[in-house]
Ligand binder design. Structure first.
Ligand code: FAD
Length: 469
């Protein structure tokens, strides 16, 4: 081995990052939570360095621009921010990122359920192939879910109240999402319908109802919440945050070890072929637990944190994007958006801010498959996934084979945290406590788990804990 290569493999402790009197902070991860923590800390005068394994910021906020025609793009990660995503809207405003309301759909939504394709006009009842009660049939799946989630959210009270988690929150956390639906009057058939048509019900049998209520509120429920997104791609938000941090972010820097010493923390980082060691006074660790499992802690984490890191589950999501020659579904004056019990689950037209309403312009249809469906999609080869997807898309929007140009996909093993029964109320109060000099953040350690706003909230919370300790 050449001497230079050998030397670069040796751990080299870098010079301290310290500015006197201010804590040097290392932030692990440049997703929304890490970027928020780093911005808050550096604005308060702390020397901050962000370590990010990839070459770009944003983590699970990821906009795809290839192989799409005509400047089209699609969100492969976080899609929409509702009105009450106050931190996201504030960062966007301060950083001059345009965050715009998504237009409300005025065209019929397509359903392909139990072998039948039908359309439902916005605001009108549908002819559901399910034995729903008359009230359920009138409300439709979105209305049924919104009613239940809104009621439970009112029961629970604001998350800003002390003990919000101890009372109703804890009760909901002991209930699976499907039981929450049943206990709140959803008929067996309505529960089945919701499995296919609602977000956050893909793992309804095992997922905590508390998370469904918390995250559901962020993902556009109740219905009066308007959704927002950045025209041109949501990645503009993390990019603007990263631009403000500039050289304080080190890309291609993979954290492999966190070692707590008496009055500082040592982090081992792999940068290309080099293994480096950085020291700081405090750390904000935003890595999803699926990634943190690969990181060695010395000394080992305390009992509850170690249990949470080892056991927290994440939802599987597969997103298949079909570039179509034309927005051919608009020929029939229907929305590209659809819900189905085929392998596709949710069909969305991308981008969510339409770049055109013309039928003859190129367009993208996306299949958003969650939960067990996403896992089985993942087991197929890319070609097979596209073949199965196109066959099912033909049922939902006939003409798919004829109009198809190309496809791309994004497979997520860790799309968002998926708390199971009792886990959130047992773990969250412990996870927000620092472990020595290490503070934890990320969507999974927020009061809005599974969301972009939750990620920002958690980063700000960790920064404030350092600033006000
Ligand atoms: C398919 C999908 C759809 C979604 N839809 C929505 C939606 O519509 N609305 C909504 O609000 N939310 C949505 N979300 C959730 C939202 O995107 C996430 O909750 C949020 O972006 C997570 O941010 P984070 O900072 O917690 O984690 P991440 O964005 O995952 O950031 C963690 C960072 O750590 C880095 N990292 C990992 N390991 C290491 C290591 N060893 N060393 C250094 N760096 C490392 C990663 O590369 C990453 O950049 C969606 C997510 C997905 C995947």
């Amino acid at each position: 081995m050449r001497r230079r290569t050998f030397l670069s493999l040796l751990p080299a402790v870098t010079a301290p990052l310290l500015a006197k009197g201010r804590d040097r902070v290392l932030v692990l991860g440049a997703g929304l939570s890490g970027l928020a923590a780093a911005l808050e800390l550096s604005e308060a005068g702390h020397p901050v360095t962000v370590l990010e394994t990839r070459q770009i910021p944003g983590g699970r906020v990821l906009t795809l621009r290839t192989p799409f025609a005509g400047g089209l793009y699609a969100e492969a990660g976080g899609i929409a921010f509702p009105d009450n995503a106050t931190n996201a809207l504030r960062y966007a405003r301060d950083l001059h990122v345009e965050m715009k309301r998504l237009p409300e759909s005025t065209t019929p939504h397509i359903y392909y359920l139990r072998g039948r394709r039908f359309r439902v006009n916005p605001g009108e009842p549908g002819d559901w192939p399910y034995q729903l009660t008359p009230k359920e049939a009138a409300l439709g799946p979105d209305g049924i879910l919104a009613g239940i989630v809104t009621k439970l959210n009112t029961d629970m009270g604001p998350r800003t109240k002390p003990n919000w988690l101890q009372n109703a929150g804890k009760r909901f956390d002991r209930m699976a999402t499907i039981d929450m639906l049943r206990n709140n009057g959803a008929s067996a058939e309505a529960q089945e319908l919701l499995r296919w048509t609602a977000w956050y019900t893909a793992s309804a049998d095992t997922q905590s109802a508390l998370q469904a209520v918390l995250s559901g509120m962020m993902i556009g429920l109740p219905q009066e919440q308007a959704a927002h997104a950045v025209p041109g791609g949501n990645d503009a938000l993390p990019k603007a945050m990263a631009a403000k941090l500039g050289k304080r972010i080190r890309y291609n820097a993979t954290v492999t070890r966190i070692q707590q010493l008496k009055d500082k923390v040592r982090v081992t980082v792999r940068e290309g072929n080099a293994i480096r060691t950085l020291e700081a006074d405090r750390i904000v660790c935003t890595l999803p637990f699926s990634a943190l499992r690969e990181v060695e802690f010395t000394p080992v984490l305390s009992k509850v944190k170690a249990e949470a890191v080892a056991q927290l589950k994440y939802e599987n999501v597969t997103r298949l994007f079909f570039q179509m020659k034309r927005r051919y579904w608009a020929d029939a004056r229907v929305s590209g958006d659809a819900s189905t019990d085929t392998s596709l689950m949710q069909v969305l037209e991308e981008p969510r801010h339409p770049m055109t309403t013309g039928v003859d312009s190129p367009g993208i249809l996306e299949a958003y498959t969650q939960g067990p469906g996403a896992l089985s999609m993942k087991s197929y080869s890319t070609e097979e996934r596209v073949r199965i997807g196109l066959n099912d898309l033909e049922l939902v929007h006939p003409g798919a084979h004829r109009e198809f140009v190309s496809a791309t996909h994004q497979v997520w093993d860790n799309a968002y945290s998926k708390y199971e029964l009792g886990q959130f109320s047992a773990w969250y109060p412990e996870l927000i406590k620092p472990e020595g000099l290490v503070y934890f953040a990320g969507e999974h350690i927020s009061t809005l788990p599974g969301t972009m706003e939750g990620a920002l909230e958690s980063g700000i919370r960790a920064a404030n804990d350092i600033l006000h300790r």
